[in-house]
Design a protein around this ligand. Sequence first.
Ligand SMILES: Cc1ncc(COP(=O)(O)O)c(C=O)c1O
Length: 392
Amino acid sequence: MALKRKGFSTKAVHGGEKPDALGAVATPIYETSVFAFTSTEELIDVMSGKAGGYLYTRFDNPTVRAVEKKMALLESSEDACAFASGMAAITTVIFTMVSEGDHIVASRDLYGGTLNFFQEFMPRFGVEVTLVDATDMDDVEKAIKRNTIVIYTETPTNPLLKIVDLQHLAAIAKKHGITTIVDSTLATPYNLKPIKFGIDVVVHSATKYLGGHNDVTAGIVCGSKDFIQNLKRNRKILGGILDATAAWLLLRGLKTLALRMERHNQNGMQIAKFLEKHPKVEKVYYPGLSSHPQHSLAKKQMRGFGGVVSFEIKGDFEKTMQFVESLKLCLLAASLGGTETLATQPATSSHYLITHEQRQKLGITDQLVRLALGIEDPEDIIADLKQALNKI
Ligand SMILES: Cc1ncc(COP(=O)(O)O)c(C=O)c1O
C-alpha cells in the first residue's frame, strides 16, 4: 500500500479512500442492502470469493470497507473489520475464538459490558474465565492454564486509568502460545499502537474517540489478514456489521483524529494538573501526572495520555452527586471520546448495578468522578469545574 510510510494524519485523511468514478472526494454512502449482477456467473464468482465485489450488505459494503482499510493503516495491522457497536465487535471476536472447554484470562478492570459478557455468557458455553490484575504480570502468568487461549485486557483502564505493560504481556502470551486481545478504546491508535508491542488483536468502541462527535455507535477490530477473514465469516452469521451511514460518519471522524487527540491530550494534562492542586480534590488519576504510579510505563508506551481524567472529591456520595449535577458546561452523560466534555459519578452510572462492596474492591469509591474531556477551551472547562467545586 502506497500510504504505508506516510504520517498519521495523511493516512487518516486519505487512507482507504479515493475519488469515485464521478470524482466525489468524500466516499459515498452506499446505503443499499443488496447489489445487482448482470449474470448468474458473475454473482457466483463474487459469492464464492473468486472475484471481488459486493453482494449483500450484511456480508460487506463499500462504505464500511473504506473505514476498515483506513483503520488498518492507522493501527498498523494487516486488516480490519467494522461492527455496529463496540460490544458487537468484542462479542464476535470472542465467539470467533473460543470453543467449549477453553479458558480465558481477562483483566478485572474491564468495561462493564465486556465483563458481563465474560461472566454471564462464557460459562453457558463451557468457557471458563479467570479475572486478574492485568497490571501485575505475575498474576497474569499464574492464571494461565493448559487450555488458556486468550488473554484480554484494556489499557488505559476505565475509570481508574491503570496502564498495562503490553510488551511484557505479549511476551508472556507468546511463550504459552496464547492470543492477546487489547481494547484500546481510551488510547486510540494516535496515542498507542498495541500491535507494535506484539499484541495480536486490537478492539475499539469506535463510538468514542474514533467517531469523536458523540453521534455514531460503532466498533472496529484490527488484526492479521487470516484472523480478520475468519472474523468476517462470523460477522456474516452473527450479523453485527456497521451500517453504511454510520460508516460514513466514522470515516469523517477519523480524518480529524490526530487534531482532536492532540487537544484531548492537552486538555487532559491541563485539567489533571488543575485538579491535583485544588483543595477540594483528594486524588487525581491520570497517567500523564508524575504522581501516577505507572507514569514511566505510560510515557514509554504512549504518545499522549488522552482525555479521561478521574478524581476523588473530598466529601461523600451526596456531595459528589451534587458536584456533577452543578456542572453547567460539562454534561452529565455516560460516554467519552466526543467533542463535548462529559462527567459521571461511576457509583451512579457505569458501576451502579454492582454492590457497594464490589465497587470498593475495584477501587470505585463514592467520591469518584470521571471526566471525559472534550475539545472545548480548557479555561472554560476549568471555570465550570471551579464553580461546581465551590458549590460543595
Ligand atoms: C472501553 C470500552 N470498550 C467497549 C465499550 C463498548 O462499546 P459500545 O458502547 O460502542 O458498544 C465501551 C463503552 O463504553 C468502552 O468504554
